[in-house]
Design a protein around this ligand. Structure first.
Ligand code: 5AD
Length: 364
């Protein structure tokens, strides 16, 4: 794991999060990059992101899809539209599709199960779900239908901050951490993560977030900067209500790269994407920055153009080339220009593969 990886504890993390010396930071990037190369290799896995609905019943204070944003036109793709995107991704050589939505009860247990079965039988692609907090029965049914992975960020390990930003809803008995444990027990490859620079998020709690990634033994870790959305209660700008909060986490590229690098050191064989939020902050070089400090996954957007603009979780999310072939060509150029290659196949998380084979040995 390298000298830095073995010694990452809370105070080391805080020191790195405060670090400004470019020479010392270069050492952090080099260590994370070396751990990435050793544990998950040089291949960058591409995931086809399809944002299948922007309906949402929740009121999360940070998110542009929140139910309270009542001027946002809502859409829900048909099964046919979704399948067209998936088949296109398959034809273009991608091995995984990610179905993402707001929390949309209109996408019922049966509807999602039949989408999954169709994707599996017609394309054989790995299916990742990112559908928010759903019931144990739904999660179990979708796993039985063939879903491989589930993404659910815990957003922040600071319970008071989480509760403030994320009003609880009746009918949601489990918290996100227990849902993550359930997903693992159901046999999913499990991903989680946090936002960086939420108003009143402290460096101490961000360090706790990083240690929690290791404790939860995550297979996938996604982190991105918080970007204020004007139509939300946090729409007043980065860290706007956080003035005077000591140790406020900056919502910037440097801090995001530090968190990617530290996550790589703590969880050497997890899959870690260069997230869209980082690309929204730095469209020209965000992907290269993340790939250079520990990331090994990129998620190009396969959502149809008219819907993409409406999936406005934060400003700048849908920016970038609209035409998917051109976008992929551009991505390939960018990835190869930093000496990396595009991965083939499903690109399962090596962390998941080794824990699944361990479970098999114990079970059988
Ligand atoms: N800025 C950055 N990321 C956001 N997300 C939601 N709102 C924002 C925002 N304003 C992230 C959350 C969520 C994921 C789908 O998008 O982490 O889990």
């Amino acid at each position: 794991m390298g000298e830095l990886g073995r010694t990452v504890d809370h105070s080391t993390i805080i020191r790195w999060l405060r670090e400004t010396d470019t020479g010392r930071l270069a050492r952090l990037w080099r260590s994370a990059d070396a751990v990435r190369a050793e544990h998950v290799g040089d291949a960058v896995h591409l995931r086809a992101l399809v944002e299948i609905s922007n309906h949402c019943v929740r009121q999360c204070h940070y998110c542009g899809l929140r139910a309270g944003h009542d001027r946002l036109p809502r859409f829900r793709m048909t099964a046919e539209e979704i399948q067209q995107c998936v088949v296109r991704a398959k034809q273009l050589g991608l091995g995984t599709v990610v179905l993402q939505t707001g929390e949309d009860p209109g996408l019922t247990r049966a509807t999602v199960a039949s989408l999954i079965r169709r994707i599996k039988s017609e394309t054989g692609m790995a299916v990742t779900l990112s559908l928010g907090e759903r019931t144990p029965d739904e999660l179990a049914e979708w796993r039985r239908a063939g879903a491989d992975r589930y993404l659910l960020r815990f957003e922040t390990s600071d319970q008071a901050l989480f509760a403030r930003l994320h009003p609880w809803m009746p009918g949601h008995p489990l918290n996100r951490l227990s849902t993550l444990r359930l997903l693992r027990d159901l046999g999913y490859e499990v991903g989680s993560g946090v936002m960086i620079g939420l108003p009143r998020q402290s460096l101490t709690s961000l360090a706790n977030d990083l240690l929690l990634f290791r404790e939860l033994e995550l297979d996938m870790i996604g982190v991105g900067p918080f970007i204020a959305h004007p139509e939300t209660p946090l729409g007043f700008g980065p860290g706007g209500d956080a003035k005077g909060c000591t140790g406020q986490v900056p919502a910037d590229e440097l801090t995001t790269c530090k968190v990617v690098a530290l996550a790589r050191l703590l969880c050497p064989d997890a899959n870690i994407p260069a997230t869209t939020a980082l690309s929204a902050l730095n469209p020209a070089h965000g992907i290269e920055s993340a790939l250079g400090c520990g990331a090994n996954v990129v998620m190009p957007n396969f959502s149809p153009q008219p819907y993409r603009l409406l999936y406005s979780v934060y400003p700048g999310k849908s920016a970038g080339p609209g035409e998917v072939e051109a976008h992929l060509r551009c991505l390939r150029r960018r990835i190869e220009s930093i000496g990396r290659s595009i991965g083939s196949g499903r690109g399962d998380s090596p962390h998941f593969v080794s824990r699944a084979s361990r479970a098999l040995r114990i079970g059988g």
